[in-house]
Design a binder for this molecule. Structure first.
Ligand code: CAA
Length: 259
């Protein structure tokens, strides 16, 4: 599953996906975007994977889309590049298991957009996030204008988008752009702790929680509630529901199988 610039390790139900193109601060070129598609496609077929941690090697999470690749794009090429990135990020957002962004350093432009496509963001104290595309005379192209506004609200999103300002981890936490801030040396351990906790839960239930939230925030409450009821009902067709409730009655830990 390893790719030239994307490394994958799977251990105890948790996959760690590391973007490793340190000479360009992990900037996303077409090859990496396509590699992410292949990696998540493969992980999606592996039932043993219950959670994914996505991170960057070295001092950056991802410093953006590859400016050197984009510099000579025509509008048509720019549109295709944007749609390609958006598609892969949407695949990550819809990935059946939780995806945790371990934001170890710069998460700028496409890097901030990638982190936002994940389910939760745990940041190192050293992280710097932002959408600096206006410095380059362009807009974000991998979902930044859409996911940032949904995550932090439209006016705070506009502030970051209009100014291109980078924010440190604590400011990102206050904005709601990241969910926790930890010491750099604890980042992966904290992400593994969360992922391991998730990996021990009913996998179908966790997956349905993700689907319900993702679908629910894009619809009205009435439809969101109806969808929740449907997923709730479907969990009662699983052996994990029988096992989870029986284990409660028996006062023992549940042994979930994902069925
Ligand atoms: N694309 C291509 N190469 C990049 C890059 C990027 N986004 N970010 C960094 N690099 C490269 C640099 O060009 C440099 O390569 P060379 O050694 O060959 O010159 C190498 O990575 C190291 O970078 P710096 O020397 O600049 O490192 P620094 O520590 O001095 O600065 C930084 C770090 C502030 C992150 C700076 O690199 C920077 O501003 N990067 C660009 C950030 C950015 O504008 N991102 C948005 C891109 S546009 C986008 O993402 C659009 C979209 O939504 C689709």
């Amino acid at each position: 599953m390893n790719e030239r610039w994307v490394k994958v390790e799977v251990a105890e139900g948790v996959a760690t996906v590391t973007i490793d193109r340190q000479e360009a601060l992990n900037a996303l070129n077409t090859e990496i975007i396509d590699a992410l598609h292949r990696v998540f496609h493969s992980l999606g077929k592996d039932d043993s994977v219950r959670a994914v941690i996505l991170t960057g090697a070295g001092k950056a999470f991802v410093a953006g889309a590859d400016i050197k690749e984009m510099a000579d794009f025509t509008p048509a090429q720019a549109r295709a590049f944007s749609r390609r990135g958006q598609r892969v990020f949407s695949e990550i957002e819809a990935f059946a298991r939780p995806v945790i962004a371990a934001v170890n350093g710069f998460a700028l432009g496409g890097g901030c957009e990638l982190a936002m496509a994940c389910d939760v963001r745990i940041a190192s104290e050293k992280a710097k996030l932002g959408q600096p595309e206006v410095n380059l005379g362009v807009t974000p192209g991998f979902g930044g204008t859409q996911r940032l506004a949904r995550l932090v609200g439209r006016s705070k999103a506009k502030l970051l988008l209009f100014t291109g300002e980078l924010v440190g981890a604590e400011r990102a936490l206050a904005l709601g752009l990241v969910d926790e801030v930890v010491a750099p040396e604890s980042l992966l351990a904290r992400c593994r702790e969360i992922a391991t906790l998730v990996a021990g839960k009913g996998p179908v239930a966790v997956s349905y929680c993700k689907q319900a939230v993702n679908a629910g925030v894009e619809t009205d409450l009435e439809h969101g509630l109806a969808y929740e009821s449907e997923l709730f009902a479907q969990t009662f067709a699983t052996t994990d529901q029988k096992e989870g409730m029986q284990a409660f009655v028996d006062k023992r830990p549940a042994r979930f199988t994902g069925r």
